[in-house]
Design a protein around this ligand. Sequence first.
Ligand SMILES: Cc1cc2nc3c(=O)[nH]c(=O)nc-3n(C[C@H](O)[C@H](O)[C@H](O)COP(=O)(O)O)c2cc1C
Length: 277
Amino acid sequence: MSTIRVDPEKCILCGRCVETCPAHLFVMNETVTVREEEHCIECGHCIAICPEDAITHEKLDAMEFEIIGERKEISPEDMMHFLRSRRSCRVYLDREVPRDVVEQLLLAGRYAPTANNSQDVAFTVVQNPVSVKKVARMAAEFFGQTVEMLESSPEPLPPALQKNLRGMRMNYELALQGKDRVIRGAPMFIVVHASESISSQANCHYALLQMVLMAEALGLGNCINGYMVAAAEYVAEIRAELGVPEGSRVYGCMTLGYAKHRFRKIPPRREAAVQWR
Ligand SMILES: Cc1cc2nc3c(=O)[nH]c(=O)nc-3n(C[C@H](O)[C@H](O)[C@H](O)COP(=O)(O)O)c2cc1C
């Protein structure tokens, strides 16, 4: 019994599925047939593109396919302004982000592309104030130990590490004064993790960026947080606190909340290193 079926009564032989399927599963003869369906990545493109609803897939519920209808265009000018005026936020109001708003972010993350449609990105939302503080403190302590270890090294440190030493030291020293520099007092953060595979890191990064952009659209301050990723990479207790399964790695983190300040200007960027060939 096949998983993917093309109803010959409905199919008009337009060839859209043949051209669109990433795995080349559809073949056009007198009718459209399906081959090697074990290689299907369940992306749903065949069903989404068919103008006659002629295709069904055992693993994809036709009722879950939402009609796109009139596409809401974003002008290139608006898009460019949106992208250029996004800024990392490190000063937050003491205000909780409602759950339905967080769920919109997660939806944006889920809809990021994943290699082979693997959809392997998992999210940990840390919003409970006790957990937020606990994990931030654990990360700060990790940086304290790391700085101590690096500074006692008899070998000269590589320049890149030298550069990071100050930030790591500040993370720890400010934590001793009861100030949080790791996540900057954000009321919440989201960690993205995945079972380790050839594309899991990239998948997590794209999901994270979609959430960053969605957060911006929702009027939420946010900042990608490499400190938390580094701490989670090295400290098993942090991974346990975040509910990261064995064999999974934390690839990304973003802090979130309502920004205390609003940026007035777009800072310049260095010229892009571009080659045209
Ligand atoms: C991979 C990555 C890791 C980052 N880690 C941190 C971090 O741990 N703490 C922080 O305050 N900002 C962090 N940032 C934010 C960058 O500092 C910020 O994107 C950069 O300074 C440019 O500012 P903008 O985002 O406002 O354009 C990180 C950004 C990226 C892409």
